[in-house]
Write a protein that binds this ligand. Structure first.
Ligand code: TXD
Length: 329
C-alpha cells in the first residue's frame, strides 16, 4: 500500500517534508493537501504513526478531491529532493522542566533530524517549529550547514495572528482588517508592537485606550499557555499549522511576502549571530532580506532582553551539543 502511494509521488510537484507527525505536523500536512500546494512526506520516529496519518489523509482526499499525495514514513531516503523541510519533531515541556532542560532534550532531536533530511535535500529551505524556537533554529542552522538565508523559524506569524485576533475580538471587526506585528523570541519575552498595529489603516491607539491595548499585549504573550490551559493535554496546532503553511506558501510561490520569522541577524537591530523574530521578506530563496522597523526605547530594550535570553541558551547548547566530543558520539 505504502509503495503504491510512493510510486504516485510525482517528481514535478513541489515537495514538502514534515518532520514530526504530531499535532502541528499533521495540521500542516492537512492544509498542504487541502490547498493542493505540494506533495507531502510525513516522517516520524514512531513506527506506524506517519503511515497511519498519511493513510487517513489519503482517504480524506477521496472525499475532498486532493490532487497532491502524502507519504508516511520512518525512512529519510523517502524525503529526498524536498523543496521545503519543516521540523516539528520534539518532546513537549514536562512539569518541572526548565527551558534549558527542554533545549537539551529537543536540541539533539532537531540537529539529528535536520542532518538526516538535508543530506537528502541539500537545496531545501528549512523551517523550524520545535520549541524553544529561536534556540532550535540556531542549532538547526548549525547542524544543516546551509546558508543562513535558507533557514528560518516559525513563531512570528503565529504570535502576530494571535495579536490580530485579540484586537479584532475587542473591536468586533473582521480580523482581515487588522494588521499587527510581534517581534522577538517566541515565549514570554516576545515583543508585540501596538504602535505598528492598524485597523484598515487606522492606528490602534486611535481605536483603543492604552490599558486595553496592554491587556491585549499580555494576552498575546500568554497566547500559547491560554490554549494549553484550556486543552489540559497538548497545545495549539491549527493556528501553528496555518502559520507554517503561510511561510511554505511564500517560499514555493516565490511570493516575496513580508512575514515575521526567526531569521539570522548580522547587525540588524544591533544584534549579531542569533536567530530571532523580525519582519522578513520571504520568497523562493528563503529569507531574502530582514526589515528594520522603528522601535521606541522600551521596545528596543525588550527586544534586546529577549535576544540576550536566546543567546545565553544558544551558548550553553552549543557548548554541550556541538562540541567535538558531542559531535563524535
Ligand atoms: O510557534 C511555534 N513555533 C510553536 C512551536 C507553536 C506550536 C508548537 N510549538 C512546538 O512545536 C512544540 O512546543 C513542539 O516542540 C513542536 C511540535 O508541537 P506538537 O504539538 O506537534 O507536538 P507533538 O504532537 O508532541 O508532536 C511531536 C512529534 C511526535 O509525533 C514525536 O513522535 C515526534 O515529534 N518526534 C520525532 N520525529 C522524528 N524524529 C525524532 N527524533 C522525533 N522525536 C520526536
Amino acid at each position: 500500500m505504502v509503495s503504491d502511494i510512493r510510486s504516485n509521488l510525482s517528481h514535478r510537484n513541489p515537495r514538502v517534508t514534515v518532520v514530526g507527525a504530531g499535532s502541528v505536523g499533521n495540521a500542516l500536512a492537512k492544509r498542504l493537501l487541502d490547498t493542493h500546494l505540494a506533495d507531502v512526506i510525513l516522517i516520524d520516529v514512531v513506527a506506524g504513526r506517519p503511515q497511519g496519518i498519511a493513510l487517513d489523509l489519503t482517504q480524506a482526499g477521496a472525499v475532498e478531491g486532493h490532487t497532491r499525495q502524502i507519504l508516511g514514513t520512518n525512512n529519510y531516503d523517502d524525503t529526498a529532493n524536498s523543496d521545503v523541510i519543516v521540523v516539528t519533531a520534539g518532546l513537549p515541556r514536562k512539569p518541572g522542566m526548565t527551558r534549558d532542560d527542554l533545549v537539551m532534550v529537543n536540541g539533539p532531536i532537531v540537529i539529528e533530524t535536520v542532518r538526516q533530511a538535508i543530506a537528502r535535500s541539500p537545496k531545501a529551505r528549512l523551517i523550524i517549529v520545535t520549541n524553544p524556537l529561536d534556540v532550535m533554529t540556531y542549532l538547526a542552522w548549525q547542524g544543516s550547514g546551509l546558508p543562513h538565508q535558507q533557514v528560518m523559524g516559525m513563531a512570528g506569524v503565529l504570535d502576530s495572528a494571535r495579536f490580530r485576533t485579540f484586537i479584532a475580538m475587542e473591536l468586533k471587526v473582521p480580523v482581515a482588517d487588522v494588521s499587527a506585528l510581534v517581534l522577538g523570541g517566541h515565549g514570554d519575552l516576545m515583543v508585540p508592537l501596538p504602535n505598528h498595529a492598524t485597523v484598515s489603516g487606522i492606528p490602534l491607539a486611535e481605536l483603543l485606550d492604552e490599558a486595553t491595548i496592554q491587556r491585549l499585549v499580555q494576552r498575546t504573550q500568554q497566547g500559547g499557555a491560554e490554549i494549553v490551559n484550556l486543552l489540559k493535554t497538548g497545545g495549539a496546532h491549527y493556528a501553528p499549522g496555518a502559520s507554517v503553511y503561510a511561510m511554505v506558501e511564500a517560499i514555493l510561490g516565490d511570493r516575496h511576502r513580508i512575514l515575521p520569522a526567526a531569521a539570522y541577524l548580522t547587525g540588524e537591530y544591533q544584534l549579531h549571530d542569533l536567530f530571532i523574530g523580525v519582519p522578513c521578506k520571504i520568497g523562493a530563496q528563503g529569507v531574502e532580506s530582514v526589515l528594520e522597523v522603528s522601535l521606541d526605547a522600551g521596545q528596543k530594550a525588550a527586544l534586546w532582553r529577549s535576544a540576550e535570553s536566546v543567546q545565553q541558551q544558544v551558548k550553553r547548547a552549543m557548548t554541550t551539543l556541538m562540541s567535538p566530543a558531542a559531535l563524535a558520539s
